[in-house]
Write a protein that binds this ligand. Sequence first.
Ligand code: OAD
Length: 256
Amino acid sequence: MSPSLTIALTDLRRRIASARRWAVLTGAGMSAESGIPTFRDAQNGHWAHFDPMALASEPGFRAHPAQVWAWYAERRAGVRAAQPHAGHLALARYAQRWPQRLSLITQNVDDLHQRAGSPGVIRLHGDLLADRWLAPCPRPVVAGVPCPPACAEPGEPPHCPRCGNLLRPGVVWFGESLPPDAWRAAEGAVAQADVLLVIGTSGAVWPAAGLAGQAREQGGFVAILNPQASELDEVAHSCLVGTAAQLLPALLDPLS
Ligand code: OAD
């Protein structure tokens, strides 16, 4: 570790230790060392190979439901096969030691923070492993039985046998609002945070990216942990160059 990185880590640890409350915002880079691709990496990122509007929007899903369903099925299999890494575990150890002090906000739709043991994760972009109906079902309950996803055909998204409604992945797509409760919780956590640590996000997607500016405007110290430059670097007081699995244990284990 370079001397300047060691100094920056020590300073950040001191700020976290004296914070009444602090918050973490994670993005896809948080899961990269668990083997889950990011979105905007020039070589391996999803959006280097695929059109986001085709795979991550309602019009894209309606146009080609089977292809979109298959892409999400593959991503689900990748997430189920992945394991939390040392960075997820370091955050979880800290959160279990100091449950009232840390709020963990994520843009990630995998469940690696939860499986590592972090409690109360605020999920801004939904849950890849959950499904929901594409449209509100006109006949959601018949004879006490909820409208079921009962007729999954190979390669096709399950649809309701009564109304034809399609099941879709429970993630937030482009053009959709964030879950209101999660967004309210995230803004509340940032407003109370003396420190916001932004890990593994390009800062390209709003409104999540705006949390860094909100934290700073409200007097919080903003630090970024990322091996590369991000769109939020100008908002930050400190940029720590490194990966989540390398830096989080070094930062947090002395406090846990
Ligand atoms: P991006 O793919 O845009 O950015 C990933 C960031 O992680 C980049 O800044 C990388 O430099 C950084 N990174 C890569 N490896 C890392 C590592 N080992 N440790 C730390 N950082 C690392 O992903 P997001 O910013 O999360 O939306 O993208 C935001 C949203 O855009 C996603 O939530 C997704 C996507 O469309 C939904 O799924 C709704």
